[in-house]
Design a binder for this molecule. Sequence first.
Ligand code: F6R
Length: 607
Amino acid sequence: MCGIAGYFGEKENTDKVLISILEKLEYRGYDSAGIAIKQGKKIVFEKATGELKNLKEKLKGVEFEKGGLGIAHTRWATHGKPSVTNAHPHRQGRVYLVHNGIIENYKEIESFLKKRGYKFSTDTDTEKVAALFDYNLKQEKDSQKAFEKTLKALRGAFAIVAFVEDENQLFLARLSSPLVVGVSEKDFYIASDALALSNFSKRVIYLDDFDYALVGGFGFRHFSFKDGKQKTSKIEDFDESLTSAEKGNFDSFMLKEIYEQPDSIYSSIAGRIKNGRAVLGGLKDVEKELESAKEIHFVAAGTSFNATLAVKDLFESLGVPVFNLLASEAKYSKARVREGTVAFFISQSGETADTKEALKKYKEAGALCLGITNTVASSIARETHAGVYNHAGPEISVASTKAFSSQIAVLILIYAKIKELKLGLERKDKTLLKELQILPDILKKEIKKIDKKAKEIAKALKKANSMYTLARAGELALAFESALKIKEISYIHAEGYPSGELKHGPIALIEKDFPVLMFFGNELYEKTFSNAQEVKARGAYLISVLDKTHKDAKKISDRYFELNYIKSKANIILQSLPLQLLAYHLAKEKGLNVDKPRNLAKSVTVE
Ligand code: F6R
């Protein structure tokens, strides 16, 4: 959570650089923001609650020169409620500091420092880090040593950028929380995410875990706080495609990203299907292990977890046990990793703390760990043994849409690869790959019609405060994903359930006009139809996602999305358009900010 920005240089307006970076990071948190800029001896220090525009308002009329240094932050509260006091940067003594992550031993640090005369005015862990750095500055003559000593004393996860009021340099550090530096001659731009640097520099240095750096008139100096040794920095070229992170003509990133799906699916599979076979360069070196895989585990959170549910049945057809595990639970699982366990870690951001933690456990237990991420050089991409990128392009909206569909597309390719290695491809697998290839065109044709329908249905549902989203077997992932998407952006309570479970309890809630969103698959159509009749008999308001051949279901539905189903598993991506667009329109009908739902942030980098 939280977004960090920093700048040291000569040629830019420091305030403008920092605000521009924060604007691109607002998706990481937006409950408060703050800035500290040092130009010569003058320091401007401002904070505001709410969205970034409130901070910008406070900075109006403040005179800035070109160059200097500065740090800034957009926050998603972990320690302490959103308030001006708790907003970053935090100042203690000579130190100004911003931080992303969680410091686990902040209580110990606090009592150590209280005994030495420090007073604290915020509820944050970050303020304690600033104070510890300030304390160490008094103990050590050299500020680099003081910074290194501070970092060594911290337990937890952090990305930190700081400055000392009477020095002209920035202090940077990373442990389990991303930090990137854009380089342009004598100017350095710092952010939690390379995407946010796109306006400034195409050459970047990624800090690794246990790295720290000093940035100043001397340039960029790179060290490890594990052993104190200097490192050689690797400057990498920044992926041009990331610069497309603008809303364009859409009113929100969410809608833009929903509409991008024909293109993002295309990019996810481009060059990866040749002569009816899946070709995945990222898995080339682990083909032997895939062939002999005895168990497949999928570990992920939220929408990424739902994407793994969408392909569970497909992977089960490989004849090996398949486990779908929520990362927040998997990291505590006592289940043994057996010989031949292949574990996939699926994460749009590649930075989700729960997924990273589970990955650590699986690695220690000796599993082959493979990543599926949408973010190049993210922690999960680097820490897994091998993997596949989604190539869906940057996803900015907090509510994940195009990442979900591209994860399913990539998982289908991985299934086809393992199937080929283990059992050989059958005709149905080739059909599956072919249908995946034509899917972008199908989505393009259907999307406007679905959008229009979703808008009408959302109008009918906007007064609802509770609903069920139901499906069976192969479509179950859609029931869970609809409930998640509807809850997170429209704040309507939605509960995803296997429709066969209705009679075991949930049906008690059904009464006149209770909304039920039901997904009909071709497989188990009759059974789902019976469940639809059961809820209709009790007065439910039935909204169905169905195929044009599902005539009976259409008859009993109050509203429906009628699609032209394709036969294979690729169909689930088509079926997910109605749920994404319905959630979007429900939020719009209620006048909510779809890109910035309350209490949420895009990357959940805290456990
Ligand atoms: C919901 C949503 C979240 C994420 C989850 C995992 O729309 O976006 O549920 O899917 O936080 O994030 P990643 O995929 O980045 O690990």
